[in-house]
Design a binder for this molecule. Structure first.
Ligand SMILES: [Zn+2]
Length: 102
């Protein structure tokens, strides 16, 4: 249930391919915020990270064509936006008196 999709071998391979391709193409900047990408070190705000163009949750595939390189900061911002878009659990506050259980 709580399988981390990004940890699969397939995704790791894809990340490698996407990074290699972007480096080959000479990508040095984040396409979203134009910051200079850090290809050497991870977990920095400007570290190059592989992102889904179409998010997995919206039917995007784990293919090279559906990946792009963003800086870590943008990747996380986009991820956060996606999370916020998820429907929140509905909290029932007005139906208690109508419930047959009570
Ligand atoms: Zn960026």
């Amino acid at each position: 249930m709580a399988t981390n999709r990004t940890a699969t071998a397939k995704w790791k391979n894809l990340v490698k391919e996407a990074r290699a391709l972007a480096l080959e193409q000479g990508q040095t900047r984040c396409p979203r915020c134009r910051t200079g990408l850090d290809w050497e070190y991870s977990l920095r705000p400007n570290s190059a990270e592989v992102d889904h163009v179409i998010p997995h949750s919206q039917g995007g595939a784990d293919t090279l064509a559906n990946t792009r390189i963003l800086c870590r900061k943008c990747n996380q911002e986009l991820g956060g936006m996606l999370n916020r878009r998820k429907p929140r659990p509905v909290v029932e506050t007005v139906t208690l008196e109508a419930s047959p259980i009570w």
